[in-house]
Design a protein around this ligand. Structure first.
Ligand code: GLY
Ligand code: MN
Length: 461
């Protein structure tokens, strides 16, 4: 938790951005795994955390944009809870730590909302993503679950995205800590990777490092010799010499700030010539992406520049052909990189995407591109100093996609399909760093995890 002025200032800034009515922000509740008392680790809602700082279950915050009144709704525990949970700080005391002087029992939230409805006041809420909050909103506002997204407040969404996009120094310091834990996760994976090791034992070990770092993983670990499956959570295989192992993993620390890194390594400890050639292209795309990232540039333009590096590298290897810029304009590179260069990072690993990825990644100036590959770019808009984003180009050989494009002659002017035959069992390579945008460029957050082929081989030795 940051100091109380942080939360007071953030709420003031939010209030100033909303023209009228009241703002309702719901915290999260415990979510059962298999029966009510056996719950997943509690994870507070990130926007609630950002404005109210309170990392506890079943709270709601209301801000009156006109009177300035701020209330936190929640319940103090009973003696029976104390027996199981130990003594708890009273809600009033917790709320004071974040600059809120008024607290009310949770059940009173209903009356406050009803009063606002009866007075015809606008109630601003963000689209809920948890079933419990969808049901609660249905009760409170009488808006059915299926209509809640449509009735959520675009004014509030845009205000929150505005505020949360530019990270404060203290937030960057937290992300730095999350990156340090992520660093340990990845170097441990590199040290453990060798033939005969079960993928799950590496995945479990690095997940444990995230836990030991004070939090948990920022998303379920992606770790596989089939790196061409972009989000591969199957860790059931045993490592084999000759294969590549792709590890995409990050930590969320106790303050809930996240990191997200990807590295790819040869199981044998030494890249083959063929692996190194593709790896060097991905590394060049990553480096180019970083060189071009600076305030004032759009991340869409950076994405397309990284795509050109990939297309030109693939052309040099004889896997693509024709004019590189034309190939990228036609989306031919997306056969090998069918995803975007990166996304926002902060309290969420894909920061604020619950609010609507389009509002996080795009604006009136930069609109999403409706073309296979680039359509998956989650962050395209103009960069500002203080944004934290990922830079994660990749090259993948996805047999089903290659077959489809070949059969349908998609981008046949730019792809040498016959040469791809010998790459069908290659797998995939992705190299991801977390970067902080500055006025003059950008900075890799924390120590860069070994990334050149020589550095990776050295560490694996
Ligand atoms: N690291 C997972 C993702 O960015 O989607
Ligand atoms: Mn990522």
């Amino acid at each position: 938790m940051f100091n109380r002025e942080t939360y007071i200032t953030r709420r003031q800034q939010l209030r100033q951005k909303i023209s009228n009515g009241i703002i309702l922000l719901l915290g999260n509740v415990d979510s059962p795994m298999n029966y009510a008392d056996n719950t997943y680790y509690f994870r507070q809602d990130s926007s609630f955390l950002y404005f109210f700082g309170l990392d506890f279950q079943k709270l709601a915050g209301v801000i009156d944009t006109e009177s300035g009144e701020e209330i936190v709704f929640g319940d103090d525990v009973e003696i029976e809870d104390i027996i199981w949970m130990g003594p708890q700080i009273a809600l009033k005391e917790k709320a004071e730590k974040v600059g809120i002087s008024k607290t009310e029992p949770f059940k009173n939230l209903q009356q406050v909302i009803e009063k606002a409805i009866l007075s015809d006041r606008k109630i601003h809420f963000i689209p809920p993503y948890r079933a419990e909050n969808k049901l609660l909103l249905q009760d409170l506002l009488g808006i059915s679950v299926s209509k809640q997204k449509a009735y959520s407040s675009l004014e509030l969404i845009k205000a929150i995205v505005d505020l949360r996009s530019v990270k404060e120094e203290q937030e960057i310091a937290e992300i730095r800590k999350a990156c340090a834990v992520g660093y340990q996760m990845h170097v441990t994976a590199m040290k453990m990777a060798k033939a005969g090791v079960w993928e799950q034992s590496i995945a479990g070990t690095i997940e444990g490092i995230a836990n030991a770092g004070g939090g948990m993983v920022s998303f379920p670990v992606i770790l596989s010799q089939n790196g061409e499956t972009l989000h591969n959570h199957d860790h059931s295989k045993t490592l084999q010499n000759g294969r590549l192992l792709l590890v995409d993993a990050g930590a969320e620390i106790g303050s809930h700030y996240a990191s997200d890194f990807t590295r790819t390594m040869p199981v044998s400890g030494k890249f083959t010539q063929k692996q190194r050639e593709i790896y060097e292209i991905v590394l060049a795309a990553n480096n180019r992406g970083r060189e071009l990232t600076k305030a004032g540039s759009t991340y869409l333009s950076v994405h397309l520049a990284a795509a050109e590096v990939i297309a030109s590298g693939m052309k040099a290897l004889g896997l693509m052909k024709g004019d590189v810029s034309e190939a990228v304009a036609n989306g031919a590179h997306a056969l090998f990189m069918p995803h975007g260069l990166g996304h926002m990072l902060g309290l969420d690993v894909h920061d604020m995407e619950d609010l609507g990825q389009i509002y996080v990644g795009y604006d009136n100036e930069t609109r999403p591109v409706d073309q296979f590959g680039t359509a998956y770019l989650r962050m395209g808009r103009k960069l500002q100093s203080g944004f934290v984003i990922t830079n994660e180009p990749g090259i993948y050989f996805i047999p089903a996609l290659i077959e489809k494009w070949k059969a349908e002659k998609i981008n046949a002017d730019f792809i040498n399909f016959d040469r791809l035959e010998s790459y069908l069992d290659f797998g995939g390579i992705r190299l991801e760093d977390d970067i902080l945008v500055t006025d003059t460029g950008c900075e890799i957050i924390g120590d860069r995890i070994p990334i050149t082929p020589d550095e990776v081989e050295e560490l694996m030795r």
